[in-house]
Design a protein around this ligand. Sequence first.
Ligand code: GLN
Length: 487
Amino acid sequence: MSILHSSIRELAAQLANKQLSSLELTEHYLQRIEAHNPQLNAYIRITAEQARADAQASDARRAKGEIRSPLDGIPMAHKDLFCTAGITTTAASKMLENFVPPHSATIAENLAQAGAVMTGKLSMDEFAMGSSNERSAFGVVHNPWDSKAVPGGSSGGSAATVAARLVPYSTGSDTGGSIRQPAAYCGVTGIKPTYGTCSRWGMIAYASSLDQAGPIAPSAEDCALILNAMASFDPKDSTSSQDTLRVFDNLLNQPLNGVTIGIPRIYFQGLDSQMADNIMAAAKVYESLGATLTDIELQNTDIAIASYYLIASAEASSNLARYDGVRYGHRCENPDNLQDLYRRSRSEGFGEEVKRRILIGTYALSAGYYDAYYEQARRARRAILNSFTAAFTECDLILGPTTPSPAFAIGSQTDDPVAMFLGDLYTVAINLAGLPAISHPAGFIQHLPVGCQLIGPHFSEARLLNLAHRFQQESDYHRQIPAAYAA
Ligand code: GLN
């Protein structure tokens, strides 16, 4: 089995039977990164020395029979939103261009404990605000299936790197779709766990009531193994859940008989017919595996985008107030006074989209407008959660497209932020409700991948991974590698 086509389990087996050492595997991937990253522009920083040291430590553990998990010795990369002690962490912003955190995010620490080999930090939309990776201060990331198309966002670097097989897996974060949408655009699998499953400690905050970390990898089985290591109860994050699953791969092979999949009619109204055909074909695969399909109502789908962009911007405006040029982050030259220091440091450090969100959020929270905007959005959020709860009385899981269309062309939506917001139709409601959802590859339209999304009740990750895994045993979309990266 070639390295590129191997799953995490298969790589772990090759390491276990000494066909390969972790150092050899790491050198293989470092060469791929060096050869292909210039076209993709997915890495903000490559940490080759760190990777070699991690790999050698893994090989030394293996020699002593002290392997920690199936991830031990396997290369990966982090979205540059997760703090990594001693290694620059930028959130793809000029604001944090030179920020070297003294600590690592809990999820980075958890993966390191499981034996992960870190090859570097991946590009994203600045502060995770965006859907195309065009908002990175380090330049656009290209979609491996078509270099003129966006990889999606905000975890565009994470999805592109995995699609091009520059690493077997990566981490991402999802506030309103940022794991699932780029996974869909790049033809890989990504899961956003239930809010509170992966610690937010050390993850640079965008909208704290929505932010959630998760894995991106070719397959659902890979994602399950990564989540086993990433998820933990963390007293350092006050919203970390004690009820979270600890094991995510225990249901992978369960039969689907008796599972009812709800298909919201509203998801297909006005949907491009090729998208609809791909998604219904995926639903049929689930049916052939024993699941029952049923038409459902899903109320309040239409208010999700407005509610999300209000709440996310409001939280962003308060989270990003900390970047004032005083304690850390970009500081302007020769300020005249304190006001000038704040104003110029923030004007110079933040990009256009981040400024737009801070302005929207500050306005929405300001005295006199709070009730009209923020409070309304909060009510809408509650109604959206209630609609999902009602839908889950009729079905176990919900199926639909991850996005309204495949990846769009670079530059085609940059002047129209609202058009870009509308592309988040299928993903943002899930974050507002705190639910888990997975996106898995479900075919192609011309040469561009399409993602199918499954949404479940809180703490149903093992079930979602089970379904996607069974689908992937019947299909090979997730095994396809873009031609330019296949050798
Ligand atoms: N596209 C959405 C936004 O721009 C979602 C981003 C995310 O999930 N981080 O806010």
